[in-house]
Write a protein that binds this ligand. Structure first.
Ligand SMILES: O=C(O)CCC(=O)C(=O)O
Length: 311
C-alpha cells in the first residue's frame, strides 16, 4: 500500500485505532505485536552479531564516540550504517501510522541505538522522563529540561516531544527483565519521588512500576514523557533491543544529525526523516539549505586536507 508523504496526513483507517489511542493516552505506551517479520528479525540479528564486539552493550547514533575528540562531520555512528533492515526501520510500514498519529505528519528520526541486557550487563532501573517537565533538570531525558519532553492531547491531536520505538529481537521470558514504566506518568504534574528513581534489583521496584511483556518482533512504542527504564536483568540469555526515536521536525535531542548521503540508496520519505531539525520540516527550502551546508562542509574538509602552503 502506498503511504502518504511525510507532509501529508494519514488517510482514513491508516492511523491508530480508537482502542490504541485510548490505551496510549491512558498509559503512555503501546505494544505493536509482530511489527517485524521473522526474516527481518534474522537480518537485524545477523548484522548486529557481525558488528558486535566482545562485551559490547550499546551502539548507535545516541552514543557518539570520536577518538581523540575528532568529529568526522555532522553525524555520529548510526545503526543505519549496518544496512539491510536497519535502513528499512527508518520508515517501517508497520510503525509509520503510529508515528503519524502520535507526532504529526512532519516528524524526523532523531537518533537510534541498540542495547543488550544480560547477566554481564544487568543494568539497574533508572526511571527517567515525566510529563509536564516532571522529570526535572537532573533527568536523563533532555537535561536542559526546556519542557521538550512533553505529551498532550488537544483539539483532536496528539502532541509528543519524543516518541521511542523499541524493537525486540528476543522474547523476554516473564521475570527476566525488559521495558518498564509508570503508566500514566506522561500526564503527571509532580516529580517522581527521588527514592523511586533507581532500583538495583527487581525486588526494589516501586509498586507503581509496570513491567511490559514483549516477544521477539514486537515493538514497544512509548512517549519519553512517560517515566520509564529497564528492569534489572535476572534471566538467562539476553535481551537485544533496537531503539529508533522520533520527534517533531523542529525539535532536536541528539547533538548529532544524520547525513542521508551516507547510507546508500534511500527513499524520498527516508531521506526526509533524516533531515536535520528545522521549523520548515521536509520542505524544498530546508532541503536546498541542507544540501548547500553539506557542499560547504565537503569543501572545508578538502581545504583542511591540503598541505599547508609555505609562508
Ligand atoms: O530498556 C528499555 O526498553 C528502556 C530503554 C530506555 O529507557 C530508553 O531508551 O530511554
Amino acid at each position: 500500500m502506498d503511504r502518504p508523504g511525510i507532509n501529508e496526513p494519514p488517510e482514513d483507517g491508516e492511523g491508530m485505532t480508537e482502542v490504541e489511542k485510548y490505551l496510549f493516552d491512558l498509559r503512555g505506551y503501546l505494544v505493536v505485536k509482530n511489527a517485524l517479520t521473522p526474516t527481518q528479525i534474522a537480518d537485524l540479528s545477523e548484522r548486529l552479531e557481525k558488528h558486535r564486539t566482545e562485551g559490547q552493550r550499546l551502539s548507535g547514533s545516541d552514543r557518539p564516540r570520536y577518538p581523540g575528540g575528532e568529529s568526522a562531520a555532522f553525524s555520529a555512528k548510526s545503526l543505519i550504517e549496518w544496512g539491510g533492515t536497519y535502513v528499512d526501520l527508518i520508515d517501517l510500514p508497520a510503525i509509520a501510522p503510529y508515528l503519524q498519529t502520535l507526532i504529526g505528519t512532519n516528524y524526523r528520526l532523531d537518533h537510534d541505538y541498540i542495547k543488550i541486557d544480560n547477566a554481564a550487563h544487568a543494568a539497574k532501573l533508572f526511571l527517567h522522563g515525566g510529563g509536564q517537565g516532571a522529570g526535572g533538570a537532573t533527568d536523563l531525558v533532555g537535561p536542559t529540561d526546556g519542557g521538550q519532553c512533553y505529551y498532550r492531547y488537544s483539539n483532536g491531536k496528539f502532541y509528543n516531544g519524543l516518541v521511542a520505538v523499541g524493537f525486540e529481537l528476543d522474547t523476554v521470558p516473564p521475570g527476566a527483565g525488559g521495558f518498564a514504566c509508570v503508566p500514566g506518568s506522561h500526564k503527571v504534574n509532580f516529580q517522581l519521588p527521588a527514592d523511586w528513581k533507581i532500583s538495583e534489583t527487581q525486588d526494589d521496584l516501586p509498586e507503581c512500576v509496570h513491567r511490559v511483556e514483549a516477544e521477539a518482533g514486537d515493538a514497544i512504542i512509548f512517549t519519553e514523557a512517560c517515566a520509564h527504564g529497564t528492569v534489572p536483568w535476572e534471566g538467562d540469555g539476553e535481551r537485544r533491543t533496537i531503539f529508533y526515536k522520533y520527534c517533531p521536525h523542529a525539535v532536536a535531542w541528539s547533538p548529532c544529525y544524520y547525513n542521508a548521503d551516507g547510507y546508500g540508496k534511500l527513499s524520498e520519505r527516508q531521506r526526509g526523516m533524516l533531515m536535520p531539525p528545522s521549523a520548515f520540516g521536509y520542505h524544498e527550502y530546508s532541503r536546498k539549505a541542507w544540501e548547500k551546508v553539506q557542499t560547504d562542509q565537503a569543501e572545508l574538509g578538502r581545504r583542511h586536507s591540503e598541505p599547508a602552503k609555505p609562508g
